[in-house]
Design a protein around this ligand. Sequence first.
Ligand code: FAD
Length: 493
Amino acid sequence: MRAIPATRGPRGAPPPPPPLAALLQSNALLDDAALAGATPLRADVLVLGGGGAGAAAALAAAGAGRQVILATKLRMGDSNTVMAEGGIQAAIGPEDSLQHHFDDTLRGGHNSADPHLVKQLVTDGPAVIRWLIGLGMHFDLEKEAGLGARLLRKKAGGTTVPRILSHRDVTGLEMMRVLREAVELHPRITVMNRCPAVELLSDDAGACVGAVLYDLEHRRFLLLRSPAVILATGGSGRLHLGGFPTSNHYGATADGLVLAYRMGARLRDLDSFQYHPTGVAWPAPLAGGLISEAVRSAGAWLVNGHGQRFVDELLARDIVAAAILREIAEGRGVTRGGRVGVFLDTPGLLARQPDLLETRLTGLKHLAHKAGFDPRREPFLVAPTLHYQNGGAVIDPQGETTIPGLYAAGEVSGGVHGRNRLMGNALLEIISFGRRAGAHAAARPVAAYSRGGIEHVHRWQRALAAAGLPRAPRAPLLYPDYAPFSLRQHAAA
Ligand SMILES: Cc1cc2nc3c(=O)[nH]c(=O)nc-3n(C[C@H](O)[C@H](O)[C@H](O)COP(=O)(O)OP(=O)(O)OC[C@H]3O[C@@H](n4cnc5c(N)ncnc54)[C@H](O)[C@@H]3O)c2cc1C
């Protein structure tokens, strides 16, 4: 059991940002008394999280004949996945190859990704697209001379060939539509909405054997025993690290990292987060919301307060975001309503390609409508927004963490992208590794059921005391710290 000292991360790695470090070092939400009254349940495979990774994992495990429970904090599909816009990468074009995809991904992550995981990711790409089409997902098509239609491929920042497949600029919505349908119709999957995981269960050997859920509707704890638990709880944008706004959904509060770490799982790259270059900077109510990379991919320029382009818009995200922050810091930004940013030149783009708004950039059209202006006449003011958790739980190519019985897939895991993610690789990751984790978890012997409990929490509390750390605050957070929610008060009411 390791608590992170304030000045140094695990194994000498750079430390996580202080608010995340504080959460990782925090005390558990529950104690033995809460467990004593908990309602017992069982599953062959327990999936935590109702986004893309959780859905893919549940479908794979159920497809292998297991009884699956998918428990999620909000409702099935309320997630970052449903908000994804630009698209998904897969090397399917004639000018592309798995090697190109592998090289681009490693380079985009500054050679810090785990090459075994990257190999698995890119190799799975074409099969993932076939699987999604089989579920009924629609992708944008283009005409091919003499051959009818083929999947439209677009270029993403940091890639050498066009490899992004999309459904307009609402790809995640379309993906989640088919995943949710498949999950909810599957006879071996039970979905438990509004039942966040508040702790994992461990056995005497330190394996993960289930989780404690809190049923928000009935205000009761559930003791869910399972020989395999898949963490698919997503990211941590709602921690607003560095004081940035975020593109993330309300439930992105790092719960999976907290639960895995308390049980002793290794985590990696926890100091590394992606700030998407084009978050809305103004109007204030929309601040942090995303303007998809699809807009830059279609040819929109970034322009500073002097009317100059200052960066190649299709470089990797971290480079473009840093360039915007430099323009702002050096006084070449644009201020509107007290918010500073640079312009995303949608009038220029839409003058060059007038039909884009109706055909491919429908998300942008809706956003402009909400903002109350015409993007053909006015540019968006943009600035970087906290977008993606690069690091997370260390996994092997089957999605297993360093704790037996505990799997992780999607944004909660680390190593697939290293310290920077290319656009489109997250949507590929959640299906590729979600399915891998689900299939591998399904292969665990069901006989491995054990009583399990929260002995790891007791050890953790002793470690906190020995390190002189306070027994408050408590985590997982479950909701952003500006939400009026306290589990203890809720459960006591
Ligand atoms: C606005 C936006 C646009 C994006 N666009 C793209 C794109 O074009 N291409 C791309 O590749 N990637 C994109 N991404 C990134 C990508 O969408 C996400 O990284 C990915 O979908 C994460 O999937 P996930 O299943 O790991 O997590 P999520 O989809 O976030 O799902 C996590 C789930 O876990 C649940 N949960 C959280 N805590 C608990 C708990 N304690 N107990 C139980 N359940 C819990 C949540 O409620 C949620 O249902 C985008 C992200 C955002 C925010």
